[in-house]
Design a protein around this ligand. Structure first.
Ligand code: PLP
Length: 414
């Protein structure tokens, strides 16, 4: 994972053992081989979720904001069945899966949405495509400098200059709502006002709502997906193009198969981008997986029920231990953004995790506050490492009482 504590991409380096651990009495920690060389930092934007495969005693990975439930089991099974289709091309128009997604997002008029909806090989493909083909030309701005960095990477690669959103000089603005990692969220009416205030005529705004799905059963009504008349009006009256991006790899925990979608402000932008999209960019596994996820209403129900409860409990425990910490983000979000007021704690978390041979997520009870950018911030002070308590100094002990007290295993909670 790109653990960018204080802007240093320390996790991309091979790590020498540097942490003083309390020697465990019974189960010694396995020696890990961490070879975190998955990025070419000269040319690529670091991202979470990269180290797990290089950690020999890997347990878990919290460095991506995926769903704690893991992927819906029925969708995993659908992927398995799709193995029978590998001797055929997937449908180039992504049907019937594209229609199914349109009907799920906009149940009252799926045909209207279908004309504006695109599927992509992860949101990342569509971010790139939209910035190159679907957006107005000119400099770009991002609402928050702490936000997920892929928009910035794609815009810079497209030869755009970065300006402040307040400058009024951009052709393209990228907004992530809720913001990953800060957790800042604008309800839909506030988001509309923000766009109306910030975007001049003949500009493009890309709103990423990948994590908005955690909002609850009424997510649609607080999302721009419910605002098609307003989106049309912005385009027809001001030539402001409002795009809505979704990475489906988060709520359905499937970064490995690459699944994203984009809602265009008008069908003509979809047509324009389709001319530039590589054919069959979603394979049979991704399409079948998507279809099964859409039908799994119970999975969403479980997510909406458990996440706020577990998040509140985590916050409660942390507040007891660290009364001066500040917590940010909506109560329904799947992650916490915390100001621990001590960046040394973050650096220590990385060291401890690697010494123990796990990703930071493998150290249970530790949380990566935010992800996927150089502002990513791990905290270790309340954690256990392979079942052993991690103290504030970054050491570990086998103290059962301590480890029992602080173990927060979300999956086992039920
Ligand atoms: C807010 C947000 N949008 C989009 C993406 C891209 O996701 P993917 O390309 O895996 O669909 C990510 C990945 O971390 C993200 O955090």
């Amino acid at each position: 994972m790109p653990m960018g504590v204080d802007q240093g991409y320390c996790a991309t380096q091979a790590v020498e053992p540097a942490v003083d651990f309390v020697k465990p009495q019974k189960d010694p920690l396995p020696v890990a081989k961490v070879e975190a060389k998955n990025w070419d930092l000269e040319t690529q934007q670091p991202h979470g979720g990269q180290e797990w495969s290089t950690i020999s005693n890997f347990v878990d990975d919290f460095s991506v904001t995926t769903n704690f439930l893991g992927p819906p089991m029925k969708a995993v099974a659908a992927c398995g069945t799709a193995i029978h289709e590998i001797e055929h091309y997937p449908p180039a128009n992504f049907e019937p899966y594209l229609s199914e997604l349109a009907a799920w997002i906009q149940p009252d008029d799926y045909k209207e949405l279908h004309s504006r909806l695109m599927l992509g090989n992860g949101a990342s493909e569509l971010i790139d495509l939209c910035i190159r083909i679907g957006a107005h030309q000119g400099p770009f701005a991002v609402k928050s400098d702490a936000q997920y960095k892929e928009y910035e990477r794609a815009a810079l690669a497209d030869g755009r200059e970065k300006v402040a959103p307040t400058s009024g000089k951009f052709g393209l603005l990228a907004v992530i709502n809720p913001c990953n990692p800060t957790g800042e969220y604008l309800p839909v009416e506030d988001m509309k006002k923000y766009i109306e205030r910030t975007c001049k005529p003949s500009t493009t705004v890309l709103v990423d709502e990948s994590m908005q799905l955690w909002r609850g059963p009424e997510w649609r009504s607080d999302s721009l997906v419910s605002q098609r008349d307003w989106v049309r009006q912005m385009y027809e009256e001001k030539d402001i193009r409002v795009y809505i991006m979704h990475s489906w790899t988060k709520i359905w925990t499937c970064p490995g198969i690459r699944l994203g979608s984009l809602i265009c402000p008008h069908p003509k932008f979809k047509s324009e981008m389709l001319k530039h999209q590589v054919p069959w960019s979603l394979n049979v596994f991704a399409l079948r997986f998507l279809s099964a996820c859409i039908k799994d209403a119970y999975f969403m129900k479980q997510t909406w029920e458990a996440c706020p409860r577990l998040r509140a409990r985590t916050m409660e425990t942390l507040t007891e231990m660290f009364p001066d910490w500040e917590f940010h983000g909506e109560p329904w979000l799947s992650w916490l953004w915390i100001d621990t007021k001590d960046k040394d704690v973050a650096a220590r978390a990385v060291e401890v995790a690697k010494k123990a041979g796990v990703s930071v997520g493998g150290v249970q009870n530790c949380i990566i506050w935010g992800n996927h950018s150089s502002t990513q911030f791990p905290d270790v002070s309340h954690g256990t490492c392979n079942g052993m308590y991690i103290n504030k100094e970054g050491g570990v002990s086998t103290s059962y009482a301590a480890s029992k007290k602080w173990r927060i295993n979300w999956v086992a909670v039920e």
